[in-house]
Ligand binder design. Structure first.
Ligand SMILES: C[S@@+](CC[C@H](N)C(=O)[O-])C[C@H]1O[C@@H](n2cnc3c(N)ncnc32)[C@H](O)[C@@H]1O
Length: 210
């Protein structure tokens, strides 16, 4: 954990696209019961029934500081700056909405595990990538990798120090890539990175933060 967060007594945590919220409950428990921190955690998802169920479970378990909101993550605006935004398997461009919101809200740490990166696959054009895109399975795999690389790059442009790693054994789930971004406020070689991003877009027509 970044030292700016681990040193704090009170933590503000957001789980965007929380769904059934297994991760939200586990993360809140970890920060409160294991690390002993006062923790405010909000899980956000579009599905009303799921949010109502999670709210009931949190109340039943007496999990202080844990709540859920039925909202679009792009519109959600908490009354705090999140120390950490987490997001597990927000499908396709929902991950882009999550990352854009996290940046907009000024999250200090972002942990995002994307899945189902379809959009770029359907958008891919350009002769430069034709030798890949003519094979559907390679097109899909390339699109996933390129999507996450562009996400990482734009987070760097926005002042985050970014690593991309496998968060669990691929045998557990193939959707095991995690984008880990820590706000540094420094974004070196911005113009160079913007050029790389724009060049990549020429072949992909993709702009997750537009
Ligand atoms: C595959 S589920 C993952 C749920 C949970 N994080 C998990 O790992 O079990 C993706 C979730 O993203 C939610 N979602 C998609 N777009 C959203 C948006 N714009 N705002 C809020 N939630 C969204 C869906 O309702 C769905 O519950």
């Amino acid at each position: 954990m970044a030292s700016s967060v681990s040193d704090r007594k009170k933590i503000h945590l957001l789980d965007l696209c929380c769904g059934k919220s297994y991760l939200t409950f586990a993360a809140h428990w970890y920060f409160t019961a294991v690390l002993g921190k006062e923790t405010i955690t909000v899980g956000v998802d579009l599905k009303r029934d799921v949010i109502e169920t999670c709210t009931r479970i949190a109340e039943k378990l007496g999990m202080k500081g844990l709540s859920f909101k039925c909202e679009n993550v792009s519109l959600y605006s908490p009354d705090f700056v999140p120390d950490m935004v987490i997001s597990l398997h927000a499908c396709d461009i929902a991950t882009d909405y999550v990352l854009a919101s996290a940046v907009k809200l000024g999250a200090k740490i972002i942990l995002s595990t994307p899945c189902c990166q379809h959009q770029l696959s359907s958008d891919m054009k350009g002769d430069a990538l034709a030798y890949i895109s003519r094979y559907p399975i390679l097109r899909q795999k390339f699109a996933s990798v390129a999507t996450d690389a562009l996400r990482a790059l734009i987070l760097e442009i926005r002042g985050y120090s970014v690593t991309v790693c496998e968060f669990t054994d691929p045998e557990e789930t193939p959707k095991n890539i995690m984008i880990r971004a820590v706000k540094s406020g420094r974004s070196g070689q911005v113009s160079e990175k913007i050029s790389i991003y724009q060049d990549a877009k020429k072949d992909t027509r993709r702009n997750p933060f537009s």
